[in-house]
Structures are given as structure tokens and as C-alpha cells.
Design a protein around this ligand. Structure first.
Ligand code: SOE
Length: 385
């Protein structure tokens, strides 16, 4: 019989649902090393947390995260609450000896993230940050190809994450569902929310970024605050873009915005090497576009690889070749990997230290946007997993 792993989830929003689904599905499709148990869910609204618990099958509820962290019957604390709560909960959970998983971004800034890394590393508890797009099979496959050196010397890496949901000036800021627009809660706007995904994947695929030159814009300067009812200045960045340099000599071009009318969640990335290029698009997530200059003859051109075969990462666990999976599976894959790593006393990538590396880049991006200068990115040590 497998050892039980009792999970305590904090937060029941969009991410509370993606994580809960992963907890339930991972052991059904992957031969994981633990039996996950949905032990408790915690949120401030007692009625709604009870309804969430009933829907997903949590055994109990808490309305104060401190009570959850103090419970002896919780092994893993999973943080899916707004960004301003991440550091305090993670540090307390690690000190209580719990394994910790945390939604992205790790901290509202690198200094919060540093305190979280220090806590999990001092307590030696398995940890991971939910940068889920690493575990889209096409992206995971690209990592293997890049690591083999198939592309040759890398010249360019570019990424975009485009949305359009905050264009209306009548949208308020703050409160449930809209805390991403409140700088005190979110830490930043699209830089920490969307650009952070692009940066995490890039650091994983193409190594460290060393310097950035950025610009940000806040198109709507004042919005009513849901909690106070008053018109208040908007402190987040609505759009963020940067040029950068990677340690391997390649050039970076990144953009994120919530003002690209028509785009709902268009995350695209492209990497250009001496021999080959690859391109991936979240709206067509099961495909990897590939061009190899070494292909011979007049049929040389872009290939569109349908990443759904048994030999592709994670896919042997799903349906039959040719049938697709989607967004929610990336969380299932991450949780399955986490359970296997945790059973060996290890962390699953991206670890908290990897999450800190992304926060160091987003801090440099915001600093550069303020200063109008190129800024160096502080380097964190490689994660120990
Ligand atoms: C914002 O709209 C958001 O939900 C992000 O917070 C997620 O991280 C991203 O994956 C989708 O968009």
C-alpha cells in the first residue's frame, strides 16, 4: 500500500480548482509514489469554503491558514491564494516541517521570494512553484531537444503572453477575482503575472538572463477599488516588454500585455539556433513547430509535430496516439512529478530557488522600466533538487 500524503490547500479560486483537479487525477493516470489525500481546504469565507470542500471532496475546512499550518495531520501545504499571502504562509509551513507548493509568482518581489527559499532550504522540505507551462508535453519535449544541443548555437529567444481582459476603464481593481489589478496584493501587473511565465520557461530552456532593458505602461491610471468604493491610482503595469541578453550569448525579446484586443491567453515562444528553430503556441499547445536547416532537398520547411504519441513526454499515460490533452493536464503532470520527487526527499522543478530566479528577472525588468537604463539581473545559485 502506498503512503498517504495529506494535502492542505489554501485558496479556492481559479488556481485552487486547477490544483485540486491535479490532486485527484495524478494518481489515476500516473504510477505515483504516494496516495494523495485531500485533507483540508482553507479560505476566509466559511460558507464558500464548505461548498468548495464538498464539490472537490476535501475532508475538512479551515478559515485561518495558521490553523491549517499548525495541524499535525497535514503533510503538504499548497498555496493557491493571492500573491500577498505567499511568503508568510510558505515560511510558516516550511518552519512547521511541511512540504510546500506555491502558485506563481513565488513572491511579490525577489526579497519575498528569498525569504521563502531560505525557509524551505533550512527546513529541507520538498517544494515546487506551479509554473505549469513547463509541463505541456510539446514544451517538455523541446527542453530535451535543446539540452541535446540539436539547435546548435542559440541566437534568439522570443516570447509573448497576450490577453485583453482589462481594457475596459470601468473594471474595478481589488477584491476577489480582481486582486491582480491591485498592486499591494499582486506586487506587479503583467510582469509578475504573465511575463513571469515566459521568463520561467526561458530560463529553463535557454539558461540565465544577465541584463534587461524594459518598458512598462499603465494605460488606465485610476480605477475604483472594490474594497473602498473610491477611485484610486492604479499601481500595476498593464503592459511590459523587454530586450535582454542571455548568459549563452543569445538575445531576448519578451512582451506581455492585457491590452491586445482579441487575444485571451496567447502565450507563444520561439527559439532560433544555428541549425534549427522551434516555435510553440498555447492556443495550439499539442503542436511543436520545427524547422531544421539540415533537412535535405526541396521539401525542407517548417514541420508541425503533433505531440500526442506514446513516445512524447507524459503522453503514454493518456489516451491513444493522436488524441489531445489540454491545459489542466499540465498541473496533473507537475503534481505527479512532485509526488515522485517528494518520495525521494527531493523537490520538483521549478523549485522555490527557480521561482526566485524568475522574480530576480521581473524585479530587474521593473527597475529598468523605472530607470530607463539597462539593468543587470542578479544571479541565484542553481537549484538543488
Ligand atoms: C491571468 O489571467 C492568468 O490567469 C494568470 O494568472 C495565469 O498564471 C495564466 O496561466 C493565465 O492567465
Amino acid at each position: 500500500m502506498k503512503k498517504r500524503l495529506n494535502i492542505g490547500l489554501v485558496g479556492y479560486g481559479f488556481m485552487g480548482r486547477t490544483h485540486s483537479n491535479a490532486f485527484l487525477q495524478a494518481p489515476r493516470f500516473f504510477d505515483v509514489s504516494y496516495e494523495p489525500v485531500l485533507k483540508a481546504v482553507c479560505a476566509r469565507n466559511a460558507d464558500r469554503v464548505r461548498a468548495f470542500a464538498a464539490n472537490w471532496g476535501y475532508e475538512s475546512v479551515e478559515t485561518d491558514w495558521r490553523a491549517l499550518v499548525a495541524r499535525k495531520d497535514i503533510d503538504l501545504v499548497d498555496i493557491a491564494s493571492p500573491n500577498d499571502t505567499h511568503a508568510e504562509i510558505a515560511v510558516a509551513a516550511a518552519r512547521a516541517g511541511k512540504m510546500v507548493m506555491c502558485e506563481k509568482p513565488l513572491g511579490r518581489n525577489a526579497s519575498e521570494a528569498e525569504s521563502m527559499v531560505a525557509a524551505v532550504e533550512a527546513a529541507k522540505v520538498p517544494n515546487s512553484v506551479w509554473y505549469n507551462y513547463r509541463r505541456v508535453p510539446a514544451v517538455t519535449m523541446l527542453k530535451g531537444i535543446v539540452d541535446k544541443g540539436t539547435l546548435g548555437r542559440i541566437f534568439h529567444y522570443r516570447a509573448q503572453f497576450l490577453q485583453d481582459w482589462t481594457i475596459s476603464k470601468d473594471l474595478p481593481q481589488g477584491g476577489e477575482g480582481l486582486w491582480r489589478l491591485d498592486v499591494a496584493v499582486a506586487g506587479s501587473g503583467v510582469t509578475g503575472d504573465l511575463l513571469a511565465h515566459c521568463i520561467d520557461t526561458a530560463l529553463w530552456l535557454n539558461g540565465s538572463l544577465t541584463s534587461v532593458s524594459a518598458m512598462t505602461e499603465t494605460f488606465i491610471k485610476e480605477r475604483k477599488h472594490t474594497l473602498t468604493g473610491h477611485l484610486q491610482p492604479v499601481g500595476i503595469d498593464d503592459a511590459s516588454a523587454f530586450l535582454g541578453r542571455f548568459q549563452n550569448g543569445s538575445l531576448a525579446l519578451f512582451e506581455a500585455t492585457r491590452y491586445a484586443r482579441g487575444h485571451k491567453a496567447l502565450y507563444t515562444l520561439e527559439i532560433n539556433g544555428e541549425h534549427a528553430s522551434a516555435r510553440w503556441d498555447l492556443h495550439d499547445l499539442h503542436r511543436l513547430q520545427w524547422f531544421d536547416h539540415r533537412d535535405d532537398g526541396p521539401l525542407r520547411g517548417w514541420r508541425s509535430v503533433h505531440v500526442t504519441d506514446g513516445e512524447h513526454p507524459y503522453m503514454a499515460r493518456w489516451w491513444v496516439p493522436g488524441l489531445q490533452i489540454g491545459y489542466e493536464h499540465t498541473f496533473i503532470h507537475q503534481f505527479a512529478d512532485f509526488l515522485d520527487a517528494a518520495a525521494k526527499g527531493q523537490s520538483a522543478q521549478p523549485t522555490f530557488r527557480d521561482g526566485l530566479a524568475t522574480d530576480l528577472v521581473t524585479d530587474a525588468v521593473l527597475k529598468s522600466a523605472r530607470s530607463g537604463q539597462w539593468e543587470h539581473v542578479a544571479i541565484t545559485q542553481q537549484a538543488e533538487v
